[in-house]
Design a protein around this ligand. Structure first.
Ligand SMILES: [Fe+2]
Ligand SMILES: [Fe+2]
Length: 120
C-alpha cells in the first residue's frame, strides 16, 4: 500500500530515472540508453516545472536551475562520450548521486508544497 504522503507520479518517475541510470552504468548499454535518459528526464523535469508554474512556487527559479544543470550533464554525455562504456559508468555514478541529493532535497520540498496546495 502506498504512503499517502507521496505524490505517485513523482515517486514513480524518480524510480524510473534511477533504473535508467543503473542501465547506463552497465558495460553493454549504449548511446540509445543515454538518449532514453535524456528524453525521460526532460519529460519529468517539464512536469515538475509545470506544477511549479501553475502553483507559483516560490523556489521555482532555483529548482529549474538545478534541472538545467542535470540537462547540461546529459547533453554533454550525449554529444561527446556516449560510446565510451567506462566514461558512461563514471557519469552514471555522478548523476545517480546528484539525483539522489535532488530527489531527497529540493524535490521533497516541492512535493510538500504541492500536497499542501492541493489540500486548500
Ligand atoms: Fe526536481
Ligand atoms: Fe524530480
Amino acid at each position: 500500500m502506498q504512503k499517502t504522503s507521496d505524490i505517485l507520479w513523482q515517486d514513480a518517475q524518480h524510480q524510473t530515472l534511477f533504473a535508467i541510470l543503473d542501465l547506463i552504468a552497465q558495460p553493454e548499454s549504449g548511446a540509445d540508453v543515454v538518449r532514453h535518459l535524456h528524453d525521460y528526464a526532460e519529460s519529468h523535469f517539464a512536469l515538475e516545472e509545470h506544477y511549479m508554474a501553475a502553483l507559483a512556487y516560490p523556489e521555482r527559479s532555483a529548482h529549474i536551475a538545478a534541472h538545467d544543470q542535470f540537462r547540461e550533464e546529459i547533453a554533454s554525455l550525449l554529444e561527446q562520450e556516449a560510446d565510451d562504456a567506462a566514461f558512461r559508468a563514471v557519469v552514471a555514478t555522478f548523476l545517480t548521486e546528484w539525483l539522489r541529493r535532488h530527489v531527497f532535497g529540493i524535490d521533497k520540498a516541492l512535493e510538500a508544497f504541492i500536497l499542501a496546495s492541493e489540500r486548500k
